[in-house]
Design a binder for this molecule. Structure first.
Ligand SMILES: [Zn+2]
Length: 315
């Protein structure tokens, strides 16, 4: 091993898929990557994760750290997953100590949206910025906030739940059980639900309506000129842009990065966001040099962030 090589392993725990990657140096390209389904009829998700890490362990090298990105809520300081949505049996799981006992190397844990924020900040659209807000818009809405070159964690490590701010009191029910949260109005399923409701109430669209609609289908329809689909993105983008104006007032970032599957709609989402941001800031100084852009790393952001986390604790 050359002196500048610090092999680290990054892990991304998703509800459907586990991913583990071995990185050398500062390169973004893993030398080994492995995936497996989170659920299995006989093996537990933790056993599957351990086997996955073993499968990419380098034969002749020491791994200096392991970084784990997982859906929260979790405690990044103690490395405990309180409750993993979609991962059976992961309640109050001390994943850091379990993996440290197993692999005899330092392990750090982070919320997946926070890790994606770090990935985009260090290696993606946010390079060179010191005040960054990252928002992932997919089946849910999450994010991460970088203030003065540090990830904002909060006292229990639970900060930056960007999707669960109230933007429409008494609005639609959110996955968390409360009403009117940003996630309930601007996530992929929220966009699809709104279009489907409008169609069932007689609105005209080239889309069929019903339960099978997705934000991706709506984006395609919008691109071919479907007015209802354009309006759906306009509506979601306006809610998001208004939220970004609120964040700008509190954190005064230089860049806001939008990731997650719904961000692939590009200008359909970003343009109404930009318009709402400009409309709702209390002074033009908040918005005039604020960059609003889509993410650069795509689905790899969480894994890359876990790699950056592992690198930050590796010795
Ligand atoms: Zn919520």
């Amino acid at each position: 091993m050359s002196p500048d090589e610090k092999p680290v392993i990054a892990v991304d725990v998703g509800g459907t898929q586990l991913r583990a990657a071995l990185y050398l140096d500062e390169s973004l390209n893993p030398v080994k990557i492995a995936r497996s389904n989170t659920r299995h009829p006989t093996e537990t998700p933790l056993d599957r994760l351990i086997s996955l890490i073993e499968s990419i362990w380098p034969d002749d090298k020491t791994v200096t750290a392991i970084g784990v990105a997982a859906a929260g809520p979790l405690d990044p300081f103690e490395g405990i997953i309180f409750e993993a949505p979609n991962v059976p049996g992961w309640v109050d799981l001390p994943i850091k100590s379990k993996l440290e006992d197993c692999f005899h190397t330092t392990v750090a844990l982070g919320n997946d949206a926070n890790m994606a924020a770090i990935g985009e900040w260090r290696y993606g659209a946010g390079i060179g910025h010191h005040h960054v807000i990252y928002i992932t818009v997919s089946t849910g809405i999450g994010g991460g906030i970088i203030v003065d070159d540090r990830l904002l964690l909060g006292v229990r490590g639970l900060a930056a739940e960007i999707g669960h701010i109230t933007v429409l009191p008494d609005g639609p029910l959110c996955g968390c059980g409360h009403r009117g949260h940003l996630e309930a109005l601007a996530s992929g399923p929220a966009i699809a639900r709104w279009v489907s409701q409008e169609i069932s109430q007689g609105a005209h669209s080239i889309l069929p309506g019903g339960e099978t609609l997705s934000a991706k289908m709506i984006a395609e329809a919008a691109r071919s000129g479907d007015e209802l689909s354009i309006e759906a993105f306009d509506r979601a983008g306006t809610f998001l842009g208004r939220a970004v104006a609120d964040f700008a007032h509190i954190f005064n970032p230089s860049i806001v990065i939008i990731g997650g599957g719904v961000s692939r709609a590009g200008p359909l989402l970003i343009e109404p966001m930009q318009a709402a941001l400009r409309k709702y800031v209390i002074s033009k100084h908040y918005a005039e040099e604020l960059i609003l852009t889509t993410a650069a790393l795509g689905d790899e952001a969480g894994l890359v962030g876990a790699m950056a986390l592992a690198r930050s604790i590796s010795q």
